[in-house]
Design a protein around this ligand. Structure first.
Ligand code: PGA
Length: 251
């Protein structure tokens, strides 16, 4: 059966020393009180090589927030999937709405990134979700279906390796959260698309996380929904008490 997962997305926060301190504190908190779900922290590139050796890999997975859509070479400023993997990281967030909107990441670019991540044994946490106007026009299902094109070219075996995150853009960092019913409805729809494409077994095994203003006080109800398999956590991942409060929703 699919896994429950709580993944943190640090975004562009914490310098190296602060990031190391945060990872150490989280590692200690989870060593003292074992989680009942998989826990992942996705950090800026510069933290990866320092953070992977200080967390217990049996309890905390480490991931990047992006990787290049090219293998290697003259791409100044880019970081490849192979480089990410060489730090000991095991995950990579791809298709986050901030990457799509501020850095022009298209369905085609993301298809390349997903393939390169998988080729380097990284688990993509692939994000999809609609903006407010699309939700208001009741187009959210169409939007997520179109975004899934980046991963629906994968073989069933490769699709089985990815994690999905549904993040309504209007809920990211805004304090507005989708209601548990809204999340359940669209997660069930996403799972139905996977079933149509790859069959029921692949669909049942795919973890679909919810992201957007998750906090300890609202995740219990969200995670209780049958098709919500955990969360992708931004702001609340930057404080151990909040992040652990979210992880503890699975207890
Ligand atoms: P948030 O961000 O929890 O701060 O809303 C979630 C995300 O962007 O992954």
């Amino acid at each position: 059966m699919r896994k429950n997962i709580v993944a943190g997305n640090w975004k562009m926060n914490k310098n190296l020393q602060e990031g190391i301190a945060l990872a150490k504190e989280l590692n200690e908190a989870l060593a003292a009180d074992k989680p009942n779900c998989d826990v992942v922290i996705c950090t800026p590139f510069i933290h990866l090589a320092s953070v992977t050796p200080i967390v217990d890999s049996a309890v905390i997975g480490v991931g990047a927030e992006n990787c290049a859509d090219k293998v290697s070479g003259a791409y100044t400023g880019e970081v490849s999937a192979e480089m990410v993997a060489s730090t000991g990281a095991q995950y990579v967030i791809l298709g986050h709405s901030e990457r799509r909107s501020y850095y022009g990441e298209t369905v085609e670019i993301l298809e390349e990134k997903v393939k390169l991540a998988l080729a380097n044994n990284l688990t993509p946490i692939f994000c999809i979700g609609e903006v407010l106007e699309e939700r208001q026009a009741e187009k959210q299902n169409e939007v997520v279906a179109a975004q899934l094109a980046s991963v629906f070219t994968l073989s069933a075996e490769d699709f089985g390796k990815i994690i999905l995150a549904y993040e309504p853009v209007w809920a990211i960092g805004t304090g507005l959260t989708a209601t548990p019913e809204q999340a359940q409805d669209i997660h069930a729809y996403i799972r139905s698309l996977i079933a149509e494409k790859y069959g029921n077994e692949v669909a049942d095994n795919c973890s679909i996380l919810y992201g957007g203003s998750c906090k300890p006080s609202n995740v219990k109800e969200l995670f209780a929904k049958p098709d919500v398999d955990g969360g992708l956590i931004g702001g609340a991942a930057l404080k151990v008490a909040d992040f652990k409060g979210i992880i503890d929703a699975f207890k």
